[in-house]
Design a binder for this molecule. Structure first.
Ligand code: ZN
Length: 421
C-alpha cells in the first residue's frame, strides 16, 4: 500500500483522538517501540524505542541513541479535530415521533458541513469492571444518524447567510420514538460490555464519508480530520523509519489543540516536560545535563496550513501564500503566534534542502487575525528553538477537508532528515 492509502486507512480507523492514539501505538509497536506507563518508574536502555500516552488521547514516542545523548529533537502535532460531542444525557424526544441526540460543539467547526450526511458515533466508554473501572474504545461504525436541513420553503434566505444555532438547528435525528436506550445498548454491545456496566462516556459524532482521491492526475484528496492527523501520522511514520543518532528523537501528539490545549493531555501541559526529564534521569543524566540537552534541542511544531483558496485569493497575503503539492509550509507571525524565527526558519530550510523537499512560506494578511497552534504553548513548558510548519490544505475544520496528494511524502522525508541528519 502506498503512503497516501495507508494514511487514508488510518483516518478511517481514527474517528476520534482516542482511536488515533490507539492506531499510532500499533504503528509504533510494529516498529519495535515499547509502551511505558507514566504511573510506574521507567527503566530504559541505550538504543531503546518507547512511547507513553496520557488520557489515551495524547502520545509521546521517543528513540534513544546507542550511547549518551546531546540534545532532544522534538516533533509535535495534535490528535483532536472539531466535532459534535454527545452530552451526558443525550436522548431528546420530539412530539412522540422522533428521538434526536443532544450534542454540543467541540472546537471551531464549520457547522453547515455536518448537515444532510450520514453520521456515526465513536469514542470511549468507562465501565464498571468488578470493583474497578475500565475504559473501552468504541466505534458504532454504521450510518446511524443525520442532521437534516430545513427545506428552503421554510427558510428562503438560507442562501443569503444563515446563523446556525447549535442548540436548535444541529441536533441529529437518530430514531423514531420508542427507541430510548437503544443507542447506548448498541454502543455497549459494540464495545463488548453490557449497557448496565457503562458509567460514563466521551462520545463524538463523525462523518461517514470515506477518503477519496480526485482531480486531474489525482492531484487532491479529501476526508475528515486532515488537520491534524496528516502531520500526526506523517511525523510518527517518519520516526519509525528514522535511524538512531546522537540526539533523542521525540514525537509528541497532543490532544485538545482545538479547544486551547489547556488540559493535562494538551500542549499546554507538563506532558512533554515530564517525559523529557524522566527519560534523561532514567538514562543517568543530571538535572544540568537534561537542561543543557533541552537548550541545545530543536522542535518542529507540525499543524496544517491554509492553501490558497481558488475562489478567494484576496483573503491571502500576496507574497506569502502557499499551495497544495508544493512542499512543506513554514509559518510566520510577527507577534509569535507561530514560533518561527530567522534561526529556526534557516535550520529547517536546510533540513528540507538536504531531503530534497520544497519549502513554502506562509504569513497572514496584516489585517486578518490568524490561528495559533502548539509551538508557543509547548515552549512555555519546554523552551527550545522551534519552527512552526504544516502542509497546505483547503477547508480546514470542515467535516470534509482537502489536501494535495504529494505533500504527505514531502513531510515524511523532511522529518526523517530532521531526525537522521
Ligand atoms: Zn490543527
Amino acid at each position: 500500500m502506498d503512503t497516501l492509502d495507508s494514511f487514508l486507512n488510518f483516518v478511517e480507523q481514527s474517528p476520534t483522538a482516542f482511536h488515533a492514539v490507539a492506531n499510532l501505538k500499533d504503528l509504533l509497536r510494529q516498529a519495535g517501540f515499547r509502551e511505558l506507563k507514566e504511573k510506574y518508574p521507567w527503566l530504559v536502555d541505550d538504543g531503546g524505542r518507547y512511547f507513553v500516552s496520557r488520557n489515551d488521547s495524547a502520545l509521546i514516542a521517543f528513540a534513544i541513541p546507542r550511547t549518551g545523548f546531546a540534545s532532544f529533537r522534538v516533533a509535535a502535532a495534535h490528535s483532536d479535530s472539531p466535532a459534535f460531542k454527545l452530552k451526558p444525557h443525550f436522548e431528546d424526544g420530539v412530539e412522540g415521533a422522533y428521538l434526536r441526540l443532544n450534542v454540543e460543539k467541540y472546537g471551531g467547526m464549520i457547522l453547515s458541513t455536518w448537515l444532510d450526511r450520514p453520521l456515526s458515533v465513536a469514542g470511549r466508554l468507562v465501565i464498571r469492571d468488578g470493583d474497578d473501572i475500565a475504559t473501552r474504545l468504541v466505534n458504532l461504525d454504521r450510518d446511524a444518524m443525520l442532521i437534516p436541513s430545513m427545506p428552503i420553503h421554510f427558510n428562503r434566505e438560507v442562501n443569503d447567510g444563515y446563523k446556525w444555532n447549535p442548540q436548535v438547528d444541529l441536533l441529529p435525528l437518530y430514531a423514531e420514538a420508542g427507541r430510548e436506550g437503544s443507542l447506548m445498548r448498541e454502543l455497549a454491545e459494540a464495545a463488548g460490555v453490557g449497557a448496565e456496566q457503562v458509567l460514563a462516556h466521551d462520545l463524538f459524532l463523525y462523518s461517514r464519508q470515506t477518503g477519496s482521491v480526485w482531480g486531474a492526475e489525482d492531484a487532491f484528496f479529501s476526508c475528515g480530520r486532515i488537520d491534524d492527523l496528516e502531520c500526526a501520522w506523517g511525523c510518527v511514520k517518519a520516526l519509525t523509519d528514522a535511524e538512531a543518532r546522537e540526539h533523542i528523537q521525540v514525537c509528541a501528539v497532543f490532544d485538545n489543540e482545538e479547544v486551547g490545549s489547556r488540559t493535562k493531555q494538551g500542549a499546554d501541559s507538563t506532558f512533554l516536560y515530564d517525559t523529557l526529564t524522566r527519560v534523561g534521569f532514567a538514562l543517568g543524566a543530571s538535572d544540568g545535563e537534561i537542561r543543557a540537552a533541552m537548550a541545545d534541542g530543536f522542535m518542529v511544531s507540525a499543524d496544517n496550513a491554509h492553501a490558497l483558496h481558488p475562489n478567494h485569493p484576496e483573503k491571502y497575503d500576496r507574497q506569502n501564500r502557499v499551495y497544495m503539492n508544493r512542499g512543506v509550509v513554514i509559518k510566520h507571525n510577527a507577534n509569535q503566534k507561530y514560533t518561527t524565527d530567522a534561526v529556526s526558519d534557516a535550520v529547517f530550510t536546510l533540513v528540507c534542502e538536504k531531503a530534497g523537499v520544497p519549502v513554502q512560506h506562509f504569513a497572514n494578511r496584516s489585517d486578518m487575525a490568524g490561528g495559533s497552534t502548539l509551538g508557543n504553548l509547548s515552549n512555555a513548558h519546554v523552551s527550545m528553538n522551534t519552527v512552526d510548519i504544516g502542509l497546505a490544505q483547503l477547508a480546514m475544520h470542515s467535516a470534509c477537508e482537502t489536501a494535495g496528494t504529494k505533500d504527505l511524502d514531502y513531510l515524511i522525508r523532511a522529518m526523517r532528515a530532521f531526525w537522521d541528519e
